[in-house]
Write a protein of this length. Sequence first.
Lengths: 412, 274
Amino acid sequence: MSGTSTYVPKSAFARWFESRLPIAGLVHSSFIAYPTPRNLNYMWTFGAILSFMLGAQIATGVILAMHYVPSATMAFASVDHIMRDVDYGWMIRYLHSNGASFFFFAVYMHIFRGIYYGSYKAPREVLWILGVIIYLLMMATAFMGYVLPWGMMSFAGATVITNLFTAIPLVGVSISHWLWGGYAVGDPTLNRFFALHYLLPFMIVGVVVLHVWALHVAGQNNPDGVEVKNVERDTVAFTPYATIKDVFGLSVFLIFYAWFTFFIPLYLLDPDNSTIANPLVTPAHIVPEWYLLPFYAILRAIPNKLVGVIALFGAIALLAFLPWLDTSPVKSAKYRPLFRFFFWIFVVCCVGLGYLGSQEVSDQTTLVARILAIGYFGFLLIVLPLLGLIEKTKPIPASIADAVLVKAAPAE
Amino acid sequence: MRRFKTSFAVPAALALMITAGAVVLAEAEDDQPNPPQQSWSFYGVFGKYDQAELQRGFQVYKEVCSTCHRLSIPFRTLADPDGPGYSVAQVKALAASYQVENAEPNDKGEMFKRPGTPADIFPPPDAFPNDAAAVAAMGKAPPDMALIAKSLKYERGFPTFIFDIFTTYQEMGPDYVYAILNGYTKKDDPQWNLYYPGHKIAMPQPIEDGRVKYDDGTPGTLANYSKDIGSFLMWASEPTLVERKKIGFRAIIFLIVLSSLLYLTKKKIWADAH
């Protein structure tokens, strides 16, 4: 899709440089001349938003790391020092802690968009799997970042998550001790989490490069789910068309990000994390951050710990198999009425599980969580494979240009 | 577009029924009243601290709370014009009235105490030099008050927690403090509190009408004390709140203008693409 570069160096220096390292040509073909389907809607701006958020998290994170002390005795105080003494430290920290949530919000929009429009189908399977890997790395990074302030919930969260590994038969306990660097979550755990929290974002950057590379080989999917047939008619150049749309989408996104950061920075932060970690005191009610809640609800819905842990990781791992679980040849939900109905049920299951994950466990919540968990797995394992066989899809347009013209016609 | 909406409506209705059911069942077993919401000067987009209120709140802390509760904030922050706004001279005098243990030993290798300076952090209460001493005396260590207003919570519940995003409700801590101080409603049991989870609180009623004499003529009532200490503790845990909201307001105005311009640019660029 990216094709051969049409970049023509203008100056003598640019010609000299381009013949030695053709990076300007690469940027030109990837972000300027790159043809994008002309029918993309605003759900497609989340890719650019996510790239921005990754950069923003790294930038604010590096600054925080200059003032943070990764030790069980100093961590909490050093965060308080950032908040009180460091110039604009409060802003950097609130941007970073709320940034994590907005990063996840954007990634969920991105993932659900991918499912709705069948973006994982051929020829984009590798692109999709790379995305699932990014999502996994993001969760690991966010979890370890949450431990760093060493508040009560940080400590409880670290204990609960690392304890999951004790469910593994025979070697589970040894693995946990190895992860902790001791017999419980403590100083060595915090230290290595800090090291990994600093490392993983750069691994995410690496996989993002592969993700974008794969995207630029296969080309973008689009709301009609038909491949580009005629570059002239079906696509527009990335710059200025997609660029201005992405920048506008990002700017609107930043309004909400700023609202949270400056007016309700504590909204998503558990108050228990404003109390220093104390191994002898466990919070009455342990909850992870909101973006992990659906998986937490799945874990708690299952009485057997090992099965619960398998379900928890399975719920995430299954996403990687979507290209093969979905048997329908039609990509976009626009032309799949039954799929569309089940897709929204799936979304509702995810949101419902998220809500239940935040609630204290009772018989009722466990029952509802079980129903919703069955809905989650049922969609991926039963509905998707079956739909391809039984669903009567609507006729898909012959090309992107045709789809756009059909939409534009009644308005004229 | 119409089809999109109907296909969404059915699962949404289903979900609403399920979650509503769960919520009703979950709340049926709860007999804990939520702290009532007070009106705070620092609430909302244009919220600011009331200087006189913070100074009275500090007086309450100094004369009552500080007997047991530590306040790990630097003295110098009391001079913050967005905060209590004491003069530098007042803060110096205040700091000097405390005995602070020096971080380094003297040339004989002995730890020693000296008068505090504005750069020092409030020392722990004389009664309890550390948490263990407090636990030994009271059964439970009184929490540090530096971040207490950010560490207190109660369940906001659905759908209130959704509205909180738009109303910018962040005053859970001061509301909680206010409620606790007014929650000692059983005269025969000083450790029974209406708003404390489980009602059994380790701290007996700490303050009552007339306990502190205000200099500015504000009546010394429990309601006033609660309001003032609530504000002061919020300031102690969010000293940058005023600056934050000021910057935030500008940031959001800027982003709205930027977004509008970008939208118009986008429309112009795309005009020839359709």
